[in-house]
Design a protein around this ligand. Structure first.
Ligand SMILES: Cc1cc2nc3c(=O)[nH]c(=O)nc-3n(C[C@H](O)[C@H](O)[C@H](O)COP(=O)(O)O)c2cc1C
Length: 239
């Protein structure tokens, strides 16, 4: 009898430890709770002032930015280009996705006065609702910059777009091949961002050289999300 009680105690203890482990590791993205509600973004434009050829021709990496705020409209347009919805009924987005598994999540980290109308902090982009979910308060740019060894002007950019990948979404269908697919999709989102930034006369650079572990820790992201790109964006100093 005492053996059974000990066994039950052991099962309860293991269950408790497992629960603690998952609490520490973080929650799946679906469970992210915004700390200060949501910000509905302006409706993105589907026409612009320059041709796609012009945007491709002028695209380049820029890593120095003016001390000038971005607007919510800029942010809406950029996030839409990275992962926005173009056709809700057919589930089509601005970027292709292997088997329409959509493994990418997009965040934006804003600096103090970085974006008109937004407090500094970390926001999650909800493409289906075209809104931001405020998930962490504070100007974390210097901390994030240190994870990328000071590259790309992250510490001074008004905003930094962050692309993460949830491998399981694509791997559940494609196995190990899914890992490559997730990386390919981050590339598609990155190029869309370059072209959209160019069309808005903004500058940005894709930063792939950073410590995943440190970035994950600073941004307190769910454990099933891998940080793939840090993308500082702002008004270029030469414009
Ligand atoms: C996958 C990838 C990772 C990159 N990582 C970094 C990086 O860590 N730091 C950086 O300054 N630029 C980074 N870049 C930007 C490249 O340095 C830049 O694209 C290259 O110098 C060519 O310049 P251009 O984009 O102006 O044509 C990266 C670009 C790609 C595609």
């Amino acid at each position: 009898m005492s053996k059974i009680i000990k066994l039950l105690q052991l099962i309860v203890l293991i269950g408790f430890l497992v629960a603690i482990f998952f609490l520490i590791q973080g929650q799946p993205v679906e469970n992210i709770q915004p700390i200060k509600g949501v910000i509905v973004l302006p409706t993105p434009e589907t026409t612009g002032n320059i041709s796609v050829e012009d945007a491709i021709n002028k695209r380049k990496s820029i890593s120095t930015y003016q001390n000038k705020s971005l607007t919510l409209k800029d942010i809406s347009q950029l996030l839409w280009a990275a992962q926005g919805i173009t056709d809700k009924e057919k589930n089509i987005r601005t970027v292709p996705s292997a088997g329409a598994t959509y493994p990418l999540e997009i965040y934006i980290l804003t600096g103090t006065n970085g974006v008109n109308g937004l407090e500094s902090g970390l926001y999650h982009y909800n493409p289906l609702k075209n809104q931001l979910e405020y998930i962490m308060k504070g100007d974390l740019r210097v901390n994030l910059s240190s994870t990328a060894y000071g590259q790309g002007g992250i510490a001074n950019a008004p905003a930094i777009i962050i692309i993460t990948g949830v491998y399981s979404r694509t791997q559940n269908r494609y196995g190990d091949r899914g890992i490559q697919f997730v990386h390919m999709e981050a590339g598609h989102a990155g190029q869309n961002l370059y072209l959209q930034a160019q069309a808005l006369d903004l500058g940005m650079v894709l930063i792939g050289g950073f410590s995943n572990k440190d970035a994950q820790k600073i941004l307190k992201l769910p454990s099933d999300q891998e940080v793939l790109y840090l993308i500082p964006v702002g008004h270029p100093t030469n414009s």
